[in-house]
Design a protein around this ligand. Structure first.
Ligand code: SAM
Length: 283
């Protein structure tokens, strides 16, 4: 019997992946968590039926949520991840030799537990790395208790539904601003410019009310809605293109499969329809 998993991205479009077996299915107080084996994309995590990560294409997302910020900031020593319970973002952060502490604040302990058990290629740094600190807590509450604390904050959240709704609001961005040091950088996953233009309009308006530097950059992620994905780069001081030290990224002391020093610059060059949606004037 053939098993297929389908995620609807709109009423009339979606993605379907052939599934060979279910490795875990259960509910936490926050959401339904499933981890399945697919024929084409390796293991895949779903939260409330939505694709979070697959073993085959997660390298794109985790490279791109992490490295543009950590190669723009001159000395990223303390980094916070809000969400990110699969561990992929923490795995990329600790590759940077300047990082002294990588803190994860994930609301759902079941996501961490099952990622460690069933997604070891992502969660490999969540246990046993002295630089990594795990908190099971609501990022909205956690951030309020940590002012002037972090060089970089990465918001690796689910879509703006359920416990993640508040992670897209101006009030949360103000608390992130306060938690960042005077030259801090925040990056947040910012949905699909192709399917989520309205969410992005509101999100970037909220970000621009708080940060002086707000830029979008893109990456193509096959299993996310439309494949065209984006991130919001928000900064108190350093611009991701003008202040980018290309040679430092080119001489990085570790391998990356998606990010590189040229793509860093290219990712911030946006298509016309995206510029128009965000009311960005051409340079
Ligand atoms: N890469 C995925 C994406 O772009 O959709 C996100 C992956 S990660 C699994 C998302 C995590 O955010 C989930 O584990 C979820 O529990 C967590 N999360 C949602 N709201 C949160 C909150 N308020 N505080 C902390 N973690 C939260």
């Amino acid at each position: 019997m053939e098993m297929w998993y389908t995620e609807k991205h709109t009423e009339h479009a979606g993605i379907t992946l052939r599934v060979s077996r279910t490795l875990f299915s259960g509910k936490s107080p926050y959401q339904k968590l499933e981890i399945v084996e697919t024929e084409e994309f390796g293991r895949m995590m779903l939260l409330d039926g939505l694709v979070m990560v697959t073993e085959r294409d997660e390298f794109v997302y985790h490279d791109m949520i992490t490295h543009p910020a950590l190669f723009t900031h001159p000395n990223p020593r303390r980094v916070l991840v809000i969400g990110g319970g699969d561990g992929g973002t923490i795995r990329e952060i600790v590759k940077h030799p300047q990082v002294e502490q990588a803190v994860l604040c994930e609301i759902d302990g079941l996501v961490i537990e099952k990622s460690i058990e069933l997604l070891p290629s992502l969660a490999c740094e969540l246990q046993g790395n002295p630089k990594v600190k795990l908190h099971v807590d609501d990022g909205i509450a956690y951030i309020k208790k940590h002012t002037d604390s972090f060089d970089v904050i990465l918001v690796d959240s689910t879509d703006p539904i359920g416990p993640a709704v508040g992670l897209f609001e101006e009030e949360f961005y103000r608390t992130v601003f306060a938690a960042l040091k005077s030259d801090g950088i925040m990056v947040a996953q910012s949905e699909s410019p192709f399917f989520h233009a309205d969410i992005q309009k509101k999100m970037f308006s909220n970000l621009r009310a708080v940060f002086s530097i707000v830029e979008m950059y893109q990456a193509s992620i096959p299993t996310y809605p439309s494949g065209a994905w984006s991130f919001a780069f928000c900064s108190k001081k350093y611009h991701p293109v003008e202040d980018f030290d290309r040679s430092r990224a080119a001489e990085r002391p570790f391998e990356t499969r998606y990010y590189n020093e040229d793509l860093h610059l290219g990712a911030f060059m946006l298509p016309t329809y995206v510029r128009q949606n965000l009311a960005i004037e051409s340079a």
